[in-house]
Design a protein. Structure first.
Length: 647
């Protein structure tokens, strides 16, 4: 028996097929296919409505929407917009402006087109930015946005003209130079093939328009080896979970672009960026990841982030080495999670533990020290410490280094009442022979004029030998995690290298159990030794550890637990009391360095945020939950997974 399909059903199926094929044909290409591989920084919001809905359900989203936060949030956004403008990223478009305009992806990119031979005649080859917005079916709304932009730009004194960009009609705005600006700021806009394009570099804009016509750029970002490796790793880890945010950076290129945006000004003194490049750290070819909000079991994960730093073996490396010169210090072996020892008190703000090959690191840091000093001083210093009659006469390579283990722990807390000195930090290094290290270190300290013996006791009342050093320059290694990912090095690389190092009042040193403890403050060392409640049993620590275990925590090289409320306490108070530029907390210093981009020549920065509108800390703390992450060393990089939980 033959089945005859009713005409109405045939018509319906044909309509569906036509609609589907039309939708596929008209779908705009993703921004990553249109942008060239000279892109140094890239952020994509695949579906901003989904992102907003997910974020609003997090505790951070609830905090941002709280009526007490609105005055400060509005002021912060305005200040941040102005700071971006000073860096040359003024396009006159805010995310709020795009509401009702976007139909799909919103993407932002920073580029360094002058590094590419395809752009040999650029007027402005060292930096560029692009905004790409899918406006499919939103032509009317997009045109209304361009009209609004036109009004705003002309009111700001911009000179408007019509231009043809890759054969498509667009507009150009040239702004009058501000004091100190090397080049006039320019902005271009056009709508082409259902995408709104905005940028500040005509050659890049033209290349993107041509890529639209071809369906893909000749050498797209999506085809860049580092980008492909990074996204493949994080997508595999995400196991099909669509990201709310996707990002990618090429670290050294991005810092160069940021410098160029601020007029090409470079810090006086040693150029840290060039030093790291010369020491082989360019082996880190790219990093990126994905971020999700309000996911996990029962939506317990306010933030879930995965990122990968791609660093394949340097082809110039010697047999058995991954990298060359100083970059060889990047040896972080995997192992079982370093659980907090009993001496780590419950009341810490952060606990950070990692594995580090101390023996090799000591050898390889030599080239970094010599490069920084522009002289072969490392061996001379070691020899002086060993042979100088006026020195400690300690052979560090023989008396200390061989007896350092590969486990390192950093903890921090916040002393009350809050001041610029409230964030306290302690570093602990594992020892494999306590007696030998103690003999050598104590010999050094006895020869140090600023050191004096310190009487300490543990929780059982036992006497412990220690040392106190008055007003010494800070030398504790620090790690600042900025946001839910790992772009810390970018912030540190833009720091002002000529400024004096911060002082540590009453720095303290002792040996406890198998650990050499070095604290920024005597108070934190005393708190650590006297504590009878250890972190390992704390409810929030256990919650974070279980969450990370569900995400694959097994063998790792880095592990961090943090209480975001306590980590933010110092920064909150510094903002409220108008002392943010003087803040010495890790988060505060990171924020200060970001605000200082483009203003490196200013000796003293005034606080620009009106933080009097910030709610009291007690009103914000309930929205700031515990967080943690772990990093696994892989043959060609490092994979990071982290969460922030609901409180």
């Amino acid at each position: 028996m033959k089945f005859r399909m009713p005409p109405s059903l045939r018509l319906a199926i044909c309509a569906i097929c036509v609609a589907a094929s039309t939708s596929l044909a008209l779908a705009v290409p993703p921004a990553v296919d249109l942008l060239p591989d000279t892109t140094k920084g890239f952020v994509s919001l695949p579906d901003f409505d989904e992102l907003s809905a997910h974020f609003d359900k997090t505790q951070l989203g609830e905090l941002a929407q709280h009526e007490n936060m609105k005055p400060f949030t509005d002021d912060l956004l305005e200040q941040f917009k102005e700071r971006l403008s000073d860096g040359g990223v003024k396009l006159g478009i805010k995310v709020d402006d795009l509401k009702g305009v976007y139909a799909g992806e919103i993407a932002f990119a920073l580029l360094q087109p002058g590094k590419d031979e395809d752009y040999p005649k650029m007027d402005n080859p060292t930096h560029a930015m692009m905004l790409i917005v899918d406006v499919t079916g939103k032509q009317k709304e997009a045109n209304a946005l361009l009209a609004k932009i036109d009004k705003n730009q002309v009111e700001q004194g911009a000179v408007k003209s019509s231009v043809t960009i890759g054969g498509a009609p667009g507009v150009k705005y040239v702004f009058p130079k501000k004091k100190g600006e090397v080049e006039a700021r320019i902005a271009y806009y056009l709508i082409n093939q259902d995408q709104l394009l905005a940028g500040d570099n005509l050659d890049v804009m033209t290349a993107v328009v041509k890529a639209q016509a071809a369906g893909k750029a000749a050498t797209p970002l999506s085809g860049l080896k580092a980008y492909m490796e990074v996204q493949a790793r994080v997508d595999k880890a995400a196991a099909g979970l669509a990201p709310d945010i996707r990002w990618f950076v090429e670290p050294f290129g991005l810092v160069e672009v940021m410098r160029a945006q601020s007029g090409g000004r470079k810090k006086r003194g040693k150029d840290l960026l060039k030093l790291l490049q010369g020491e082989g750290f360019e082996a880190i070819q790219g990093g990126g990841g994905v971020v999700n909000f309000n996911v996990g079991p029962n939506n317990e994960f306010d933030i879930l982030h995965r990122s990968f730093a791609y660093a394949p073996n340097d082809p110039s490396a010697a047999p058995g080495d991954r990298f060359v010169r100083g970059a060889r210090v990047m040896d972080f072996p995997n192992g079982a999670m370093i659980a907090p020892p009993a001496w780590v008190p419950d009341g810490v703000a952060t606990y950070f533990a990692f594995r580090f090959d101390m023996q090799d690191a000591f050898k390889y840091v030599k080239t970094i020290v010599n490069a920084y000093a522009d002289d072969e001083i490392f061996d001379e210093v070691m020899e002086s410490l060993k042979e100088d009659n006026l020195g400690p006469q300690v052979d560090i390579p023989q008396d200390i280094v061989p007896y350092l283990g590969d486990e390192v722990i950093l903890i921090s807390d916040c002393a009350i009442p809050v001041t610029t000195e409230s964030e306290r930090r302690l570093m602990a290094v594992e020892l494999t022979d306590v007696a030998k290290v103690k003999a050598a270190v104590w010999k050094i300290l006895k020869n140090e004029p600023n050191a004096e013996p310190l009487e300490l006791k543990d929780a059982d009342g036992n006497q412990i030998e220690g040392w106190k050093l008055e007003e010494v320059e800070e030398e504790l290694p620090t790690l600042t995690i900025v946001g839910p990912t790992m772009p810390t090095a970018l912030v540190m690389a833009t720091a002002k290298e000529e400024e004096e190092q911060p002082k540590m009042p009453n720095m303290a040193i002792t040996i406890h159990d198998k650990w050499l403890l070095v604290s920024s403050h005597v108070g934190l060392l005393e708190k650590t030794l006297l504590s009878k409640s250890d972190l390992a049993g704390a409810t929030d620590f256990v919650r974070v550890q279980k969450a990370l275990a569900s995400l694959g925590l097994d063998q790792d090289s880095f592990y961090q637990f943090g209480r975001t409320d306590e980590s933010f306490r110092v920064t909150h108070e510094m903002l409220r009391t108008n002392q943010m530029p003087q803040s010495k907390s890790l988060l505060g210093e990171a924020i200060n360095r970001i605000w200082a981009i483009g203003h490196e020549d200013e000796k003293h920065r005034m606080q620009e945020l009106d933080a009097s509108k910030l709610p009291p800390f007690e009103q914000m703390a309930p929205y700031l939950g515990p967080a943690g992450f772990f990093v696994t060393t892989e043959p060609d990089g490092w994979m990071e997974t982290g969460v922030t939980l609901r409180k």
